[in-house]
Every structure is written in structure tokens, then in C-alpha cells.
Ligand binder design. Structure first.
Ligand code: ADP
Length: 398
């Protein structure tokens, strides 16, 4: 199959894309980019496979795309030139929620679309945008297979005890479960580690996906055993703007005693908390570190403290730990936070090498320590492209 596998990741106000060459083995990357600020002040950027910027546009002269469909039109218009007419043979979509049943990437048809629509209630802030991206792509690429890849799917292997809350079982039956997210990132990292070192890949890994959204996953023999995220992408670690773990009594207090509306609480917990809410500075670790001061310090200390606790919690669930792997924007870059997170964890065999950490080396643990500490770049788009290629090839063979 010759042509392009296009990957789309539609967020609330952004549409990210990546183009890969279709094929049987590794899928060479061609280019990637995004339109951010859809509906406000959209801005298009694209990079080549090496990461160099190759296009930029901000529509200040007018004609800015005001919807996901219009943004996709702009991206496709640009791709036609950039890919020199190579046909798009499949489109892979990131879909946040696959609910209790979707444990694998799926070829999308009208029936699947209706089922994904029903899951909007489980992820009202993300799922509608993902589905808008699918609808726009299906209209634009008639007859081209579309594949949904779910952020929850990788965690469907977790044992029942990690999939539940302490509620009567009727709630679990109606879908109120600990789904976990960032699954495409964890799957990519688990596969990559297994390719590098089969014995380690079969072992007990704790992966820390620390980006604007942040979570941890415990992985045994390449399969998720649990995540710090739960029913929604709010639980677990504090994030750029989300609160992370919170006593549910706090929410009740906000509504009943402080008389906050559910819309106000939602806005606070999703957009006004975490690193941004605590520091009062920014959601970006670089800006918080640069600004300094007591509130910045409190935010960074809390972030590191919660990550540390979750590492130990997941190691306990796995019955031990063979490697801790940092990934995503903060995990891949924030040396100071990595050092804080690992501080005091030698009791469980984690010993950071300060010089390697400062140099951002791929292996930042000390030689001879019982547990390895690694840094790896995640690539969710590549994982989606690989799934899409596999699903489309299987569908053609059937
Ligand atoms: P997203 O979840 O949006 O994909 P990323 O994984 O790209 O986010 O992570 C973005 C975050 O990574 C930024 O907000 C910032 O906090 C952090 N980050 C990126 N680069 C650095 C750096 N050099 N030093 C510290 N933090 C960084």
C-alpha cells in the first residue's frame, strides 16, 4: 500500500496532524503540525521529519478557519503541496474515550460513530472534539478508511481491583470505572523499551507521562496494571491547569457551602488549578521556574511530591519496580523536577545520577542501582499511525 497515513488529534481548540509514509515496516515520518486557537486567533505551524519549522501562518489578513472542519481544510490544502500529491490512504484519529468495551483500535463506520457518540457523556470536554475531527475527515476523504485509537484502550488489561471505585457495583456496571488515559503514549513507551531490552520490557515498569496532562502507569510484561488517572482525566497528579487527586468532599463543600455552580467548579478543577492555579504564574514549568518565589516553589514541590507518592503506589501494585521511565514535555526536559521526584527514593532502589540528569541523558540512574531510571521521548502520533496501518491492512486482507 503506497501513500500517506494521516494522523489527526483534535482538541478543544486545536487540530494536530502528522503524516507518515504507508508501508509494512517502520513508517517514515513526513511532516507534522497543528492549527491552534481555532475559533479565536488560529495559528498554523508545520515541521519536517527532523523537527525543523517548514510553514507558519496566522490569518491576520482574514479568512481564519473558525471550525475543526475549516481547520482540516487548511491543513489538507497545505499537505497537498507538502506531500506532492501523494494520496492519503488512511486516517488515524486519537479518541480520548473508548468506554468499557473498546480495548483495540477500530475501523470507524456509522455504527461505531454512534457508539462513540454515546461515550460523550463520559468525556464531555474532549470526546465531542475528537468526533468533530472524525466527521470532518470522513467528509473530506470519502471512501478512505478512518481508524479510532483510544487513550483508554491500553488500560483495559488492568485487573478488576485497579478498574473500580469503592462504590456499589451498580455504578461500575453503568461505566463509572477507573479507565486511565494517555494509553497511546504508554503503549509506545512499553513497546520501545521491549525493542531495546526484551528482559526489561517483560519486567515491572512505572512510566511517568508528565506533560500538560500528567499521569503515571504501572506496566507488567507490556500490559497496563493501573494508572493514576481514573474516571476522567482530572484524577491523580496535579497538571498544568487540572487539580489531580482531590477529596470528593471538597467538591461537595464547594457546591453546598461555598455555593459554587457546577460550571464554576468544573472550570476551577480543569482550568484554574494544578501548576497554574497553585503558582498563580503559569501552567508551564519553565515559566514557573524562571519566576521563582514562594507560590512557584509550593506548586513545584507539590507536583514532585504527588509524582513520588504515585511512583511508590504503582510499584507496590506491581510487586516491585525494574525501571522508572520519564516522558512527555516535563518528563523529557524538566531536570530540576526529575531530581526532586527521585530524591529520597533510594529506599526502593532508585538512585539518580545528577550529572546524567543534568545532561538529559537517556539513562539517568546510577550504574549498578537496582532500578533503572530512563528518559524517552513519547510519540503518540507514531503509535496511532502504526495501529491505523495494522487495522487497515487486516481489513483489506479480510
Ligand atoms: P501536552 O500534554 O500538551 O502534549 P507536552 O507533553 O508537550 O504537553 O508538555 C508541555 C509541558 O512540558 C510544558 O507546559 C512545560 O511545563 C513542560 N516543558 C517543556 N519543555 C520544558 C523544559 N525545557 N523544561 C521544563 N519544562 C518543560
Amino acid at each position: 500500500m503506497k501513500g500517506i497515513v494521516l494522523v489527526l488529534n483534535a482538541g478543544s481548540s486545536s487540530l494536530k496532524f502528522a503524516a507518515f509514509e504507508a508501508g509494512e515496516g517502520a513508517l517514515p515520518a513526513r511532516c507534522a503540525g497543528q492549527i491552534e486557537g481555532i475559533g479565536a486567533a488560529p495559528r498554523f505551524t508545520a515541521r519536517d521529519a527532523g523537527g525543523a519549522k517548514i510553514a507558519e501562518r496566522d490569518w491576520q489578513g482574514g479568512g481564519a478557519p473558525a471550525s475543526h472542519a475549516a481547520a482540516l481544510g487548511e491543513i489538507i490544502g497545505w499537505l497537498e503541496g507538502a506531500l506532492q500529491g501523494a494520496p492519503v490512504i488512511a486516517v488515524g484519529h486519537r479518541v480520548v474515550h473508548g468506554g468499557p468495551d473498546f480495548a483495540e483500535p477500530m475501523l470507524i463506520d456509522l455504527g461505531i460513530m454512534a457508539e462513540l457518540q454515546e461515550l460523550v457523556a463520559l468525556a464531555p470536554l474532549h470526546q465531542p472534539h475528537n468526533l468533530a475531527g472524525i466527521t470532518a475527515a470522513a467528509r473530506r476523504f470519502r471512501g478512505v478508511p478512518q481508524v479510532a485509537c483510544f487513550d483508554t484502550a491500553f488500560h483495559r488489561t488492568q485487573p478488576p481491583v485497579a478498574d473500580t471505585f469503592g462504590l456499589p457495583p451498580a455504578f461500575h456496571a453503568q461505566g463509572i470505572r477507573r479507565y486511565g488515559f494517555h494509553g497511546l503514549s504508554y503503549e509506545y513507551i512499553a513497546r520501545r523499551i521491549a525493542e531495546e531490552d526484551a528482559a526489561l520490557g517483560a519486567g515491572r515498569l512505572v512510566v511517568a507521562h508528565l506533560g500538560n496532562g500528567a499521569s503515571l502507569c504501572g506496566i507488567l510484561d507490556g500490559r497496563s496494571q493501573g494508572s493514576s488517572m481514573g474516571f476522567t482525566a482530572l484524577d491523580g497528579l496535579p497538571m498544568g491547569t487540572r487539580c489531580g487527586q482531590l477529596d470528593p468532599g471538597v467538591v461537595l463543600h464547594m457546591i453546598d457551602t461555598l455555593k459554587m455552580s457546577t460550571a464554576e467548579v468544573t472550570k476551577l478543577l480543569y482550568n484554574g488549578s494544578g501548576l497554574k492555579g497553585m503558582s498563580g504564574i503559569s501552567q508551564d514549568v519553565r515559566e514557573i521556574e524562571a519566576a521563582g518565589g514562594p507560590a512557584a516553589e509550593a506548586a513545584l514541590a507539590y507536583f514532585a511530591h504527588r509524582v513520588k507518592r504515585e511512583i511508590a503506589a504503582l510499584a507496590a501494585a506491581l510487586g516491585g519496580i525494574d525501571a522508572l521511565i520519564f516522558t512527555a514535555g516535563i518528563g523529557e526536559n524538566a531536570r530540576g523536577l526529575r531530581a526532586r521526584i527521585c530524591e529520597g527514593l533510594d529506599f526502593m532502589g532508585l538512585r539518580l545520577d545528577a550529572a546524567r540528569n543534568a545532561a538529559n541523558a537517556p539513562e539517568i540512574g546510577q550504574d549498578g542501582a537496582p532500578v533503572r531510571i530512563l528518559v524517552r521521548r513519547t510519540d503518540e502520533e507514531r503509535m496511532i499511525a502504526a495501529h491505523t496501518m495494522r487495522v487497515v491492512t487486516a481489513a483489506r486482507a479480510a
